[in-house]
Design a protein around this ligand. Structure first.
Ligand SMILES: C[S@@+](CC[C@H](N)C(=O)[O-])C[C@H]1O[C@@H](n2cnc3c(N)ncnc32)[C@H](O)[C@@H]1O
Length: 207
């Protein structure tokens, strides 16, 4: 299935709803002190995470995705989230525009160069001391076999470059090899979904 198609976009939330529900809640929980702060979701897809934040009193929300079909789904509903059809690796926002940036399930699927550009853009857009929340896969000794099997199955279904990039991401130790310790300080992380998903919170170090 074409990941940018209207059908994929329409099926995305119903398909993943149960799996990601508790992760979305944890992201909201981590952002509880950011209700009126400027928050940006890079590669937001259907905007599901931001809609949950909007329903829970967050007021300054911004979503970027380069898929018109995904943004069409994100547009649905009664909310005031700002939606932008941009490439998340090169947005027109000014430096230091946001207090928080979320990148959720949007790193593992990309090639290394794009992953690095996405993180560089998040760094550029964050204010000093702003926070970066990353949700993505982790495979290590703490990940359960069930978690690994389920994630491999989902990624195999995605196929093509998505699957190849996922495999490389896992083999290169995921986020750990990607995040620059000169740019971001790890605040804490939480594990979800049989310990196969990590919610990592970083703080931007002053440039
Ligand atoms: C797996 S979905 C994740 C969506 C959402 N963040 C979530 O947690 O459900 C990845 C999204 O990234 C978007 N995407 C991929 N590369 C992008 C890029 N360079 N710029 C903007 N969006 C991109 C895709 O269109 C897709 O909507």
């Amino acid at each position: 299935m074409n990941p940018g198609s209207t059908l994929s976009a329409l099926l995305y939330d119903p398909f993943l709803h149960l799996a990601v529900k508790s992760i979305r809640r944890s992201v909201q929980d981590e952002l509880k002190n950011y209700q009126d702060k400027a928050l940006l979701d890079l590669c937001c897809g259907t905007g599901n995470q931001m809609k949950i934040l909007a329903r829970n009193g967050f007021t300054n929300l911004h979503c970027v995705d380069f898929s018109p079909a995904m943004l069409e789904v994100a547009r649905k509903g009664d909310h005031s989230i700002n939606l932008y059809l941009y490439d998340a690796t090169a947005t027109p926002f000014a430096d230091d525009s946001f207090d928080g940036v979320i990148i959720s399930f949007a790193i593992h699927e990309k090639d290394r160069t794009t992953q690095e550009s996405l993180l560089a853009e998040a760094y550029r857009l964050l204010k000093n001391d702003g926070i970066l929340l990353i949700v993505d896969y982790i495979f290590d000794q703490d990940t359960s076999r069930l978690g690994k099997a389920g994630i491999w199955a989902i990624e195999r279904m995605a196929g093509g470059d998505h699957y190849r990039n996922f495999s490389k991401y896992i083999n290169r130790n995921g986020l750990q090899s990607l995040i620059s310790v000169d740019q971001f300080k790890l605040i804490r992380f939480r594990r979800k979904l049989f310990s196969g998903v990590i919610l990592a919170i970083y703080q931007k170090k002053s440039s």
